[in-house]
Design a protein around this ligand. Structure first.
Ligand code: PLP
Length: 408
């Protein structure tokens, strides 16, 4: 079992009976939240906040997409009721997303999808389902990973097994170690795979690596859970889903957690979807009955507004086309900033070969703090930074400060 010190210790039964709310132990807050607070409090007008986890445009803003604005207007004008929709949420929304995510698998009746409150909701629901089916499944997470992965897995009572995924000094995947970890897994164990735009490293599996992973997953009888939160931010909608679609080709049982919060820029509206694939349509229907029951117990039904706006966009060919354009523009900015940083110094060249909003710099904690104190540049202690956290005019200053911190 991995070190789960971050979790609040469970109270013994007697303790629990005698304790009051006022006796709860303190919780160590998420270090990223603390970083945001520090950046906000910095009075320097030219500070650079690359700790933030949202897309920013060249001016440093996170605007609402034009197509979402228009869909929201249409929703306002046409919506006649706010009566409950049920635990499945907006079914048309989930249907319209299928071809975008699943491609050639969109018509596979062994795959069912359900709207969730964001990608987090999909992850939690997916792991609830896995834990109900197989409480002794272990979840294999390559480190570093998105900091919320392990806590979500542990919150459903499943064990997390870490393996090293990334070599920060060289900017490469520790692929042999990943494969060795998958090979030593037990049948029914769950590799948690990033669909694309790996957070926090930006280091995605290439085609050959995905093929190798699929081979081992099948050989060992594993149940992959693919988390895809940035489709369209890396190489394009289809290319970013290629690994997932290959996994669906190879495996009878797959769970997929999808977030639309980034590629539709609706973060706070909490838009996501969970997909479950089993070997037969009937067994998928039974699994989904469990999913609806679990969703009912956790959030009863997902929030409507963001999913309804996304549904309106996808249901209108003209709006959908325009969404592609806005998504392409976000991707172009990400890749453009990556290219600029990569060109500045050979030690940063790897950043140009990675995908999505995040990368890690090979800086010590002290160097990260020095950047903060001397230049007003805010990033996580791990060296993770958001390549589009900074405006266009700040890129050269950011890069020069980083190169300076790296030394000779
Ligand atoms: C890898 C990964 N998965 C899932 C999520 C969750 O996304 P959402 O905001 O839709 O819950 C995130 C968000 O940062 C993420 O980076």
């Amino acid at each position: 079992m991995r070190d789960s010190a971050r979790r609040t210790p469970m109270l013994s039964e007697t303790d629990a009976m005698s304790r009051r709310l006022a006796d709860l132990p303190p919780v160590h807050s998420d270090s990223l939240l603390a970083l945001i607070a520090l950046a906000n409090a910095d009075p320097r007008p030219d500070k650079i906040d690359v700790g933030v986890g949202v897309f920013r445009d060249g001016q440093g803003n996170t605007p609402i997409l034009k197509v979402i604005k228009e869909a929201e207007q249409r929703l306002r004008d046409s919506q006649e009721t706010k009566a409950y929709l049920g635990s499945a949420g907006d079914k048309r929304f989930a249907e319209l997303l299928r071809p975008i995510l699943l491609g050639r698998h969109a018509d596979d009746d062994r795959i069912a999808g359900v709207q969730t409150p964001g990608g987090c909701g999909a992850l939690r629901l997916g792991f609830e389902l896995i834990a109900a089916a197989n409480p002794s499944a272990r979840v294999l997470i390559g480190t570093p990973s998105w900091p919320n992965h392990a806590p979500i897995v542990e919150s459903v009572g499943l064990e997390v097994v870490d393996y090293p995924y990334y070599e920060r000094g060289q900017g490469i995947i520790r692929f042999d170690e990943m494969i060795a970890a998958l090979r030593s897994a037990r049948p029914g164990d769950v590799p948690l795979l990033h669909g694309c735009c790996h957070n926090p490293t930006g280091a995605d599996l290439d085609e050959a690596q995905w093929a190798e992973v699929m081979k081992v997953v099948v050989e060992r009888g594993l149940l992959p859970l693919v988390d895809i939160a940035y489709q369209g931010f890396g190489r394009g909608l289809d290319d970013d889903a290629a690994g997932l679609r290959g996994i669906l080709d190879a495996c009878d049982e797959v769970v997929v957690a999808q977030s639309c919060d980034k590629n539709f820029s609706v973060y706070r509206d909490r838009v996501g979807c969970l997909y479950v694939k089993t070997g037969k349509p009937e067994t998928t229907a039974t699994a989904m009955a469990h999913v609806f029951q679990m969703a009912r117990e956790m959030w009863s039904m997902p929030p409507d507004h963001g999913a309804a706006a996304v549904r309106i966009v996808l249901d209108d060919p003209e709006l959908k086309q325009r969404w592609h354009g806005e998504l392409d523009a976000m991707r172009d900015r990400i890749n453009g900033v990556r290219a600029r940083i990569a060109a500045a110094d050979p030690r940063l060249a790897y950043i140009g070969r990675q995908f999505g909003m995040f990368s890690m710099l090979p800086l010590s904690r002290e160097q990260v703090h020095q950047l903060r104190d001397e230049h007003g540049i805010y990033m996580a202690d791990s060296g993770r930074f958001n390549v589009v956290g900074m405006s266009d005019v700040a890129v050269d200053r950011f890069t020069a400060a980083v190169v300076d911190a790296l030394g000779n």
